[in-house]
Design a protein around this ligand. Structure first.
Ligand code: COI
Length: 343
């Protein structure tokens, strides 16, 4: 592994793309029936014809995986087996060619090895890997015969510029992001642009993000634009359940549930629908995700009760979990078994 490249201000990277040198690609054709060998190629444009199902019908799914540098210079991938499983689940739900975990993890290792000088110094961010799968064949019909797999990488820092002061979040009833038994749980590319307009409108009103409720009754909380929700109430940690297929099964979400139960000894409620009203009497609220890590929510405003801003001055549990998670990722704290792959 190479040492970090000179000339990058790692601490001020944010979440916008910094181009790296190489990407990994493969192709699947239903005629051949298997993935081609992975290729490491120069980062650059990929061929997509105007009639491709990716462009016409949004046949595209992705993942977000992070690699971290430890103090001894080694580089470790955080829970890529979970990303691999979710990538497969996304591909299957969208009727796309899936790949096995081994090939997925091999692709992650190859993209890191080729771009290792872009893995930030220990504690100064992560190399964010973006595995992407799309239907690349050129037919107008939605059935598709060829899929392209690309993994590119970018060093990243904080997702929210406002993360340190805490987020102001709007709970919307005007917009929904997902329907019961639909594709809200899939990391489908199309799930993300659907949240852009509500978020832009919320930002114009002084908020940082939007929190969605269920599309049937607006009674249960779901997730934010690109992250899962957690809150603390009467000493218990709550996060909405994923059984109705409306919510992403976040890998950070699963990791925080584990750490809260096993390291903090907390009771965690993660398999029940949670009402919007519960948030009004919460003591602490935060969001989680691979890109976001943990972002404190300072206040919530409910669209149907917009005169009142519910404030959450506490950030004890979120802070402890964030420190624990980051220490594990940076190799400063022992990781639960199989959480890290050291490259
Ligand atoms: C991630 O957290 O990795 C995601 O995929 C969300 C994305 C919008 C950055």
């Amino acid at each position: 592994m190479e040492t970090p490249i000179e000339g990058i201000q790692w601490n001020s990277l944010g979440f916008s793309q910094t181009k790296t040198d190489f990407m990994v690609t493969s192709r699947f054709s239903t005629k051949i029936g298997r993935w081609e060998d992975l290729q490491v190629v120069q980062y650059g444009p990929v061929d997509v014809e105007p009639a491709s199902a990716a462009l016409n019908y949004g046949f595209s799914v992705f993942e977000g995986v992070k690699a971290f540098r430890s103090e001894d210079g080694s580089v470790q991938l955080f829970r890529p087996d979970m990303n691999a499983a979710r990538f497969k689940q996304s591909a299957e739900r969208m009727n796309m060619a899936a790949m096995d975990n081994e090939l997925f993890i091999d692709a992650m290792c190859k993209v890191i090895a080729a771009n290792s000088r872009f893995v930030p110094p220990c504690g100064e961010g992560a190399l964010y890997l973006r595995p992407l799968l799309f239907a690349s064949n050129c037919q107008l019909a939605a059935e598709t015969e060829e899929f392209t797999f690309v993994v590119f990488a970018s060093p990243t820092g904080n997702y929210f510029t406002s993360v340190d002061r805490g987020l102001r979040v709007l709970v919307t009833e005007t917009y929904n992001r997902s329907a019961i038994d639909g594709v809200g749980f899939v990391k489908a590319s199309g799930n993300y642009p659907a949240t852009m307009l509500p978020k832009k409108l919320a930002i114009e009103k002084g908020f940082d993000d939007v929190l969605y409720t269920d599309s049937n009754e607006s009674r249960f909380v779901e997730e934010a634009s690109a992250s899962n929700l957690f809150f603390v109430r009467d000493g218990k940690l709550y996060t909405p359940d994923t059984s109705r297929k409306t919510i992403h099964e976040g890998i950070t979400r699963a990791s925080l549930i584990y750490l809260a139960r096993n390291e903090l000894g907390m009771e965690v409620v993660d398999s029940e629908p949670l009402t919007v009203d519960m948030l009004k009497s919460a003591e602490e609220v935060f969001l989680s995700g691979t890109a976001i890590v943990i972002a404190r929510v300072k206040s919530l405003t409910f669209e149907n009760d917009a005169d009142q801003e519910y404030k959450y001055p506490s950030y004890e549990v979120g802070k402890q979990l964030k420190e624990m998670l980051m220490d594990i990722q940076n190799g400063k704290r022992k990781a639960p078994s199989s959480w890290l792959i050291v490259d």
